[in-house]
Design a protein around this ligand. Structure first.
Ligand code: ARG
Length: 458
């Protein structure tokens, strides 16, 4: 017999039962569901809606059930459709008919909304911790590489040299915005829908604020229809998660490129790589590859939920049950990705010798040669043209800018003097960019201090 079976004369078709049930995935809500029920039962008692003794029985029964759930001693059944009805049935088995009073003034519609708000409140805290972990690894690795210069790219062509610390810190700030977005979404997650009933509120004089306070919610929904229909906060979470995955995917791409022999800038630790079943020499960067790949499913969940919501009339519709799997899968994808990246960044080896060899043979100091002429009075556009010709000439000679003779320089412009050699040295090139946010060591050290302070302020 279903909890809602009164007006039915036939039993549910088995396929319907399996298709409509959410228990296979919403059992993750068991703990928050019970916490919500405990708060609701207490409030029913204090408001005199049920006798205080009954409220005590409900609370004790629910607390015991919570213990068993935490110890994994409870099993759920698909006949009871979802976590809410499974738990009510289990409570009934333990404390008898008084269990039937728990649902007074409540619907599964406001109950499931409450559960998701509670669940996501702590899930967001977990994601923030994981972000902090990776940010810490980036700062720590950056600190070790304030003297390591790598080629900087635009169009994946050598552009200007940058400090490895500077490059890594770029990801620190991306993650900082990600954390900020999550904290903002957390404000709209921190709202209690309980009291909305099925859609219109309840006839019982319940105290919504008591439940709100007991569960530690910042705010109440002020409209019952909105309270049971709102999934905006989940969309916001999925959007924030999509951006985090996008950032991790970009970093993945760089770690994959950098660990190829063609770049050879880094070597990932063995613990974070796998081998090939056929080719004995292989060491594959599976972790960043999978994170890059799994970014797709998180974007998919965002699109999925937006699409579920777009045509829904108020208030609750069963479609809304589709909010859960995507959100849970996003958490299961995102959290390990962040923790894996922390470990991977902390343990990767930087191949400074290979990087130095790569830098020695490029033209990433060409902008600085042009800036040199500008400092000698030439308009930048003309300086650009002179150096363009000079680079072409050097390429034909098989030389780089440091290897040209002063006569070769002077053939292109009389403004060149011996100090040009200092101007095109890689250290000079990096350290001239001492502007705030630039790649000079002094600027990067300031940036590092700001990143450290940001971490320290939580
Ligand atoms: N399992 C449902 C969900 O996740 C709970 C709410 C069901 N409400 C209802 N009237 N069928 O959305």
């Amino acid at each position: 017999m279903k909890l809602w079976g009164g007006r039915f004369t036939e039993s549910t078709n088995e396929l319907v039962e399996a298709y409509t049930a959410s228990i296979p995935f919403d059992q993750r809500l068991a703990e928050v569901d019970i916490r919500g029920s405990i708060a609701h039962a207490k409030m029913l008692g204090t408001c005199g809606i049920i006798p205080a003794a009954d409220a005590d029985l409900l609370v004790a029964g629910l607390a015991a059930l919570l213990d068993d759930v935490r110890q994994g001693k409870v099993s759920f059944s698909v006949e009871d459709e979802d976590i809410h009805m499974n738990l009510e049935r289990l409570l009934h088995e333990r404390i008898g008919p008084v269990a039937g009073k728990l649902h007074t003034g409540r619907s599964r519609n406001d109950q499931v909304a409450l559960d998701m708000h509670l669940y996501m409140k702590s899930a967001i805290v977990e994601v923030l911790e994981a972000i902090r972990g990776l940010q810490g690894a980036l700062v720590q690795t950056a600190e070790q590489h304030v003297d390591t210069v790598i080629p900087g790219y635009t169009h994946l062509q050598r552009a200007q040299p940058v400090l490895l610390a500077h490059h890594l810190l770029a990801y620190f700030w991306m993650l900082e915005r990600d954390a900020d977005r999550l904290k903002d979404a957390a404000r709209r997650t921190d709202m209690s829908p309980l009291g909305a009933g099925a859609l219109a509120g309840t006839t019982f004089p319940i105290d919504r604020v008591q439940v709100q306070t007991e569960l530690g919610f910042e705010k109440l929904y002020e409209n019952s229809l909105d309270a049971v229909s709102d999934r905006d906060y989940l969309v916001e979470f999925l959007a924030a998660a999509s951006l985090i995955m996008m950032h991790l995917s970009r970093l993945s791409e760089e770690l994959i490129l950098w660990s190829s022999e063609e770049f050879g800038f880094i070597e990932l630790a063995d613990a974070y790589c796998t081998g090939s079943s056929m080719m004995p020499q292989k060491k594959n960067p599976d972790v960043p590859e999978l994170v890059r790949g799994k970014t797709g499913r998180v974007y998919g969940h965002l699109m999925g939920l937006l699409t579920v919501l777009k045509g829904l009339p108020l208030a609750y519709n069963k479609d809304l049950q589709e909010d859960k799997e995507g959100v849970f899968d996003t958490l299961d994808t995102l959290l390990p990705a962040l923790w894996l990246f922390k470990g991977m960044v902390e343990t990767m080896k930087v191949r400074s010798d290979k990087i130095a060899a790569a830098l020695a043979r490029d033209f990433s100091n060409a902008t600085d040669a042009a800036d040199y002429l500008v400092r000698k009075g030439l308009p930048f556009r003309e300086a650009h043209a002179v150096i363009g010709k000079l680079v072409l000439y050097a390429l034909q000679q098989g030389k780089n800018l440091g290897e040209l003779t002063i006569q070769e320089y002077r053939k292109h412009s009389a403004l060149f003097e011996e100090d040009i050699y200092h101007a095109v040295q890689v250290e000079t090139v990096v350290n001239r960019r001492a502007i705030r946010g630039g790649t000079a060591k002094a600027a990067v050290l300031e940036q590092l201090a700001m990143a450290r302070a940001t971490l320290a302020n939580g």
